[in-house]
Design a protein around this ligand. Structure first.
Ligand SMILES: [Zn+2]
Length: 201
């Protein structure tokens, strides 16, 4: 099977073909690989069996303007493809062979139950969090599990998760040489810190 095919307008992709793309592969391949990797991270960070709307932006640019849509993702069984579709345009596809890839964020072992809080953050803050490079899998799961809610994003975390994530964001902001990116990280840091409950401080 080739790396990419289409059936009835659906983009059929095999994640394995995008895992070790050579540096000199064409840019569109790298961009598609990144897009697919993020979809797998979101689909494996969220619940299985129900389609939900992530904060991942659509990759399409009809008439050179970015499609404002977000990716709706659905994961069912481990060995069946992940489906995705834009909530605005007709871009849609399935991704096979994602199981146990580096983008597979499914929880290993039992989750420790704790009271969770819902934190509403901006679209920009959610995007800044996705760019944090130092996250451990638990924090990646929080960030890619962020759901779209109207124009905002909702992050669901326990106080402990939140504290850990705030630590990563602070570390990244401290080492960020790009001033604009640092400001975006600082603002994400501020919205997360504001959501901490007093006992968690
Ligand atoms: Zn779209």
């Amino acid at each position: 099977m080739s790396a990419v095919g289409t059936v009835l307008g659906m983009l059929l992709t095999d994640l394995r073909h995008f895992l070790d793309l050579p540096e000199d592969a064409p840019n569109p391949s790298h961009r598609l690989g990144e897009h697919l990797g993020n979809i797998v991270r979101a689909a494996t960070a969220g619940d299985a069996g129900t389609a939900w709307e992530s904060m991942l932006p659509c990759r399409r640019r009809p008439a050179n303007r970015r499609c404002p849509g977000r990716m709706i993702v659905l994961r069912s069984e481990p060995d069946t493809p992940i489906s995705w579709q834009c909530n605005t345009c007709d871009d849609a596809g399935v991704i096979s062979n994602w199981t146990d890839s580096p983008f597979d964020l499914r929880r290993r072992g039992l989750a420790i139950a704790g009271a969770v809080i819902e934190i509403v953050i901006s679209d920009e803050a959610a995007a800044a969090l996705r760019e944090v490079t130092l996250l451990d899998p638990g924090c990646e799961r929080l960030v890619f599990g962020i759901r779209a809610h109207h124009d905002d994003a909702v992050l669901i975390a326990t106080d402990e998760d939140l504290e850990e994530l705030i630590g990563f964001v602070a570390a990244e902001a401290n080492h960020e040489p790009n001033r604009r990116r640092q400001q975006r990280l600082d603002s994400a840091f501020a919205s997360l810190s504001a959501a901490q409950t007093p006992s968690g401080r």
